[in-house]
Design a protein around this ligand. Structure first.
Ligand code: HEM
Length: 60
């Protein structure tokens, strides 16, 4: 996960992402899940998994 989001290691990654990028990403996933009537407990569980990946995705 860290290498996939590191422009030095993955040339398709244009620049490092920051906390604000990650916030928008997670908010978009939650919004999409709600629009598709995914149960809140599943959204919560999935949100925790996404949040646990922040340290690898956010690199600036
Ligand atoms: C928990 C959140 C995230 C997960 C699980 C995730 C997952 C992944 C994975 C698995 C890849 C590798 C794809 C591949 O090698 O085929 C990837 C690549 C990438 N991610 Fe994320 N990502 C997350 C958040 C973000 C955020 C916040 C951004 C920027 C706003 C981002 C931008 C990118 C970009 C530009 C690539 C390169 C695309 C490519 O390799 O073709 N990701 N991501």
């Amino acid at each position: 996960m860290k290498d996939a989001h590191d422009p030095a290691k993955n040339p398709r990654m244009a620049l490092k992402s920051n906390n604000a990028d990650m916030d928008i990403f997670i908010q978009s996933v939650v919004k999409g899940a709600r629009q598709n009537k995914v149960p809140e407990d599943i959204i919560n569980e999935f949100g925790k998994i996404l949040e646990s990946l922040r340290k690898d995705v956010v690199q600036r």
